[in-house]
Design a protein around this ligand. Structure first.
Ligand SMILES: NC(=O)c1ccc[n+]([C@@H]2O[C@H](COP(=O)([O-])OP(=O)(O)OC[C@H]3O[C@@H](n4cnc5c(N)ncnc54)[C@H](O)[C@@H]3O)[C@@H](O)[C@H]2O)c1
Length: 406
């Protein structure tokens, strides 16, 4: 089916490229833009520069049909979608501040192409008020925005299931005006099977941040419990299993911290906006970061105890480096932080990460070699390869529930 609208997608990463490919397969004429020339070249060959199931098929057919082209410069369109990174600034500020320079750059780059009647949608996870920033940036660039429609629509996909969730998930759409909301919702309804829920831009922006903050707070509760139970001699996993038999209690699994580019980042966008009132959200971030440092100290203490008892340094196998089970993504990974901290303190560390082939700076070994050579086995990520391993004769530290059998 042929759609009459042209769409220009800015940023062709994990969000922008699947979106562009899906739109092209839905019949839209799509122009994708990225500052990364390599990504542009690969996409124009009908191939992909990132790893995501089924994305290659979508991109291949989109490019083969002539409905998806990539470039480094935007083109005129009816709909512009901004899908650029929104990291935080890495400096010494105790409250990490959002880095909106990519969003501003994305707005500036489309400015010469924006025409009356266009819809401009921000999809990047953003602090409240960023859709207004996009509009204001265009105004500063001399664009008459009086009949341009600005909206925010956060992305909620799970890596590994992006091509399914892009279509199936419910979406929240919030415009800077009621007309913008209606027009944007109508656009999403042409390619989303989930429900498209309508609100204003600030609510939609906050909604995405709140979703991830809610997860962070729940995990912080479990992580704090795990520290309390350790001091009290209670098996936290058994405790949680019992507590969760209450019909209205659902405590999550503790871990060695919280990582990734969403849950460990997005809550700071709320805290940075209102540090005085975002107490619980900030504390959850701090509890989850503290859990990581606590795990590092526990492993070091176990290694020193081993050395005193055995007269030699312990070999430590760190089981898992990724930020969550069964993926290869190391971004903001607390497990990686543990392995690197031990290595930096000159402990003898073996890294066991079945989902990656090499990693500079750590000795990467197979599961079998790690188990054979280690004196202390530290489970950091519950990868499926780690369940039911024989660890007899080893000192076992489990910070992710990998050894739970019940
Ligand atoms: N990846 C996810 O699972 C996920 C889920 C939900 C929300 N998000 C959010 O979506 C946004 C994008 O995330 P991502 O994972 O796709 O990031 P990404 O790093 O995979 O992709 C971003 C792309 O934008 C390009 N880019 C940067 N500046 C540009 C510019 N000025 N013009 C054109 N291209 C530019 C980069 O080269 C890169 O290819 C972020 O705000 C992220 O938090 C991501």
């Amino acid at each position: 089916m042929q759609q009459d609208k042209k769409v220009c997608v800015i940023g062709l990463g994990y969000i922008g490229l699947p979106t562009a490919a899906l739109l092209a397969n839905t019949g839209y004429s799509v122009h994708g833009v990225d500052v990364n020339q390599h990504a542009v070249d690969v996409i124009n060959q009908g191939k992909i520069h990132i790893v995501e199931p089924d994305l290659d098929t979508f991109v291949h057919s989109a490019v083969a049909s002539g409905r998806l082209r990539a470039g480094t410069v935007p083109a005129p369109a009816d709909v512009f979608m901004i899908c650029v990174p929104t990291p935080f600034v890495h400096d010494d500020n105790p409250i990490p501040q959002p880095d909106l320079s990519y969003v501003e750059a994305g707005a500036k780059v489309i400015a010469p192409f924006v025409r009356p009647g266009n819809i401009i949608i921000l999809e990047s996870t953003s602090p409240v008020g960023t859709t207004e920033l996009v509009r204001d940036t265009l105004i500063q660039c001399g664009v008459d925005v009086s009949s341009v429609h600005f909206s925010y629509c956060p992305e909620r996909v799970l890596p590994g299931r992006i091509m399914i969730e892009l279509i199936e998930n419910d979406r929240v759409v919030g415009g800077l005006s009621a007309v913008a909301t209606e027009m944007t919702a109508a656009f999403y309804k042409t390619f989303v099977k989930g429900e498209v829920l309508k609100t204003d831009s600030r609510t939609a922006e906050m909604c995405k941040l709140v979703e991830n903050s809610s997860r962070d707070v729940s995990i912080a509760f479990a992580n704090e419990l795990s520290i309390l139970c350790d001091g009290l001699g209670i098996d936290v996993n058994a405790l949680i299993r019992f507590a969760n038999r209450h019909p209205r209690v659902n405590i999550l699994q503790p871990g060695c911290g919280v990582g990734g580019h969403c849950i460990a980042v997005d809550p700071w966008f709320i805290v940075a906006k209102d540090p005085k009132n975002a107490n619980l959200i900030r504390t959850a971030r701090e509890v989850n970061n503290y859990k990581n440092r606590w795990v590092i100290e526990k492993v070091k203490n176990a290694a020193l105890k081993f050395q005193i008892e055995n007269g030699r340094a312990a070999c430590i196998a760190c089981m898992g480096l990724a930020f969550k089970p069964d993926i290869d993504d190391l971004r903001e990974s607390p497990a990686l932080a543990v392995a690197e901290a031990l290595r930096d303190d000159k402990f003898d560390v073996l890294a066991v990460e079945p989902n990656i082939e090499s990693f500079e700076g750590l000795k990467l070994v197979s599961v079998a070699d790690g188990l054979r050579d280690a004196d202390i086995v530290v489970f950091l990520v519950k990868h499926r390869q780690f369940v039911s391993l024989d660890t007899q004769g080893k000192v076992v530290l489990d910070y992710c529930g990998a050894t739970i059998t019940a």
